[in-house]
Write a protein that binds this ligand. Sequence first.
Ligand code: IDP
Ligand code: MG
Length: 138
Amino acid sequence: MSNQTFTMIKPDAVKNGYSGAILDRIIKAGFHISAMKLTRLTPEKAGEFYAIHKERPFYQELVSFMSSGPIIAAILIKENAVEEFRSLIGATDPAKAAEGTIRKLYASSVGENAIHGSDSDTNAKFESNFFFTDKERF
Ligand code: IDP
Ligand code: MG
């Protein structure tokens, strides 16, 4: 069990003006922001980030959505971070997400679902390194 996870506030949520409200929830839930940046993925970078989903029917849609506008990428620190953060964001499909979760509150569909959260310690490390060098972490 590691204390680190990685998140992105996705293009839909940034565009809809939810970034501040989402970051407020993350901080109030006790996560320390170790690194953070506003950036934009090229289709190539989005494809690389989501390479594990290459064979899924929604892959092209996902890559084009994730490169459609700016995102906020961040490394988050808390005990049992991966699991704790997955429960804070809720199910992939906002229609199935629990009340009070970030996706329930701010996501509009299973594709445009406001926020990403790593699903394992291994992926948390890979995804953090995908966006940030050691010198960019506090
Ligand atoms: P997760 O983000 O909850 O871990 P994954 O199954 O890993 O969900 O899928 C990665 C991302 O791909 C989702 O967050 C969502 O943006 C997108 N996605 C997942 N399932 C679908 C789908 O059925 N249609 C369109 N996009 C999807
Ligand atoms: Mg996933």
